[in-house]
Structure formats: C-alpha cells, structure tokens
Design a protein around this ligand. Sequence first.
Ligand code: NAD
Ligand code: UFG
Length: 334
Amino acid sequence: MRILLTGGTGYIGSHTAVEMIRAGYEVELLDNLANSKITVLDQVEKITGVRPKFYEVDLCDRAKTLAVFRAGKFDAVMHFAGLKAVAESVEQPLRYYENNIGSTLSLLEAMKETGVGRIIFSSSATVYGDQDPGETGFSETAQTGAGITNPYGWTKMMIEQILRDYAKAEKGTSVTLLRYFNPVGADTSGLIGEDPNGIPNNLMPVVMKVYRGEIPELTIFGDDYETRDGSCERDFIHVTDLANGHIKALENQRPGVAVYNLGTGKPTSVFEIVGAFEKVAGKKLSSKIGERRAGDLARLFANPSLAEKELGWKAERDVETAVRDTLRYLRNLK
Ligand code: NAD
Ligand code: UFG
C-alpha cells in the first residue's frame, strides 16, 4: 500500500513514517516545511534504509495538491499537517483557520477528484474542552466542543465535523479521527525527535532547551491545582506508540467514521515529568513556580480502552523510556 503522510517531516509524521517503513508500507511525505526541516529525510533514510519520496507543497495550494494526488496514486492519507501552537492561534486566529481548515478542504478535494477514499486525521484531546476527566479518563463518547478556549482547538473540532460530513456524503469513504493526548519522546535511534522551529511552548521541548542551556530556567505553570502534587496532570504518550497506533488504525479501517483516543490512560504530573528527566539525565534542571497559564486544565488523560478493544493497540512505553529516548536524541543534536 502507498500512503501519503501530510505534515510528514514534522514530529509525529516523521516517527510514523519510520514505523510504517519498518512495517513494510510505502510512504510518501508532503510538507511545506513551515515547522520542520528537510534534513529529516536524511535521518529517516539513515534509520530505515529507505528515502521516502517528498513533495515540498503547501496543502492550501489546491492546484499543487491535486497534482501530487494525480501523480501519487495513494491508497490512503494520514493527515498530520497543521499549525499547532495554542497561544499563537489566539494571536493569529485567521492564519490558523485558513491554514488548518483550508489545507484540509484542499486535501479532501484532491482525494475526491482522484478517488482516494481513506483518511486518518490527527485530532487532539483538546476537543474534550474544559471538562474534568474524572477517575477513568475521557472516553470517545464524552461530550466535545464545550469549553474549547483557543482557535487551534476549534480547528480540530471543526475538521472532525468536516470529515464526518464528508464521509456521510461520499459513501464508502473511511475516516478515522485519532485524538492524541500529549506526545513525547523520540525514536530509539536518537536520529529524529521533536525539533520545532522557533520558541517552544510545550513542556518537553522547553525542558530540552533548559537542559541544553538555551533557556535559563523552566517555569512550572502553577503548583496550586487540585491534583496529587499541585501541578497539572497530563497523559504523556511516547511518539513511537502513537505512530504504531496509526498503523493499527489503518489496518482496521472500515467505511464510515471511527474515533479513537491515543493515550496511555495514566496521568503524570508536571513535577513527575521534570523529576523523571532529572533522574535519567543525572542533572538538576533550574526551574521556578510561576502563575497558572491561561486555558490550562488541571487534569487531562485518556481512557484508551476502545483502541485496545477494536484496534488491538495500547501504549507500551513509559515516561522514563520517553525521557531516555529524548536525551539520546538531544545528545545527537549539534
Ligand atoms: P509538527 O509541527 O512537528 O508537524 C506538522 C507539520 O505540518 C510541520 O512539519 C509543518 O511544516 C506542516 N504543515 C503545516 N501546515 C502545512 C500546510 N499548509 N501544508 C503542508 N504542510 C504543513 O507537529 P506534530 O507535533 O507532528 O503534530 C502533527 C499533528 O498532530 C498536527 O495536526 C497537530 O495539531 C496534531 N497534534 C499534535 C499534538 C502535539 O502535542 N504534538 C497533540 C495533538 C494533536
Ligand atoms: N508547562 C509548564 N511549563 C512550560 C510548558 C508547559 O509548566 O514551560 C505545563 C503546562 O502548564 C501543562 C503541561 O506542562 O500543565 C503540559 O503543557 P503542554 O503545553 O506541553 O501541553 P498541553 O497539555 O497544554 O497541550 C497539549 C497539546 C495541544 C493540545 C492540548 C490538549 O500541545 O496540541 O494538549 O489536547 F491541544
């Protein structure tokens, strides 16, 4: 099978490309390199021995996207491409709506035109809004949409709806919505990892920069939450587990719409992640407690049992493994 990965040189796309090549799939990658580097292709080739075909294309460019589909003859698409910085989306809503939604419409048009009927979409736990996950974590049947606080989150919610409407109209289409929790870690080779352009917002990339001395200290956003240790709790999932979830989703895809949480089901606090990093790195990270960050939830974690039942998938790697793999990647970076 030949699969197109949009956003394929990005963090999750590149790890999925590696796992798919390892599993024997033919993958082609498309990206406009807005938040990733072309050198990722060299690394994928070093890891797998295969250099995937690459299209440097902005998906919002409908003519170029259609040309890729006419040339590619894809069996399915994994749609990772999108802008993902929550705070930036609040400052630049039009750019986020235009890019994330415009690219998806353009992609669907090209799929329709060339008869590609299968898509797996990178959604996010952000669609669950500001509810409390309780003691069991969010199930896929939990309410979505209420209390989404930023345009990035709304693009995920809206794209889920666009894909549902598309599947209803185009009979025989298969849509899988994968709601990721908090991806961390890196491939065991240490050759690819999370390397965002610009100033990072997410916890692990900030921790990585503090470790490397590029940011003087980590600010922990709040230690007065109603949680086990006062810091926020998240469901940190190893990116390789996440990548393998995509393969399982592809193998089990059927016409219609399916939705799965990809998480571990186990909440880990910010203090615990920082502690795990310090333990594995053997070095204290300089940090301070700051104000709560606007829009943060105290707790966010998955109930991943549906993916286990229907896809035969569950996360296998723990947070310490993710930290160890991240450090291996960091030590390889110049
Ligand atoms: P990433 O930024 O590393 O990868 C996304 C890639 O998409 C980048 O390489 C970027 O250059 C590309 N891209 C953006 N707009 C494009 C366009 N118009 N045309 C072509 N390429 C374009 O991010 P990631 O962490 O790998 O995330 C992948 C997907 O998963 C995104 O849709 C993201 O919203 C979603 N997601 C990520 C997280 C997370 O915490 N990392 C959580 C939930 C969902
Ligand atoms: N945090 C800090 N200091 C930092 C950065 C983060 O203390 O410098 C804390 C945050 O307050 C939060 C936790 O670390 O409690 C995780 O924050 P991230 O920014 O790494 O991740 P979020 O849970 O806020 O966001 C993630 C994804 C989004 C997605 C959201 C909800 O990055 O794409 O989950 O699913 F929308």
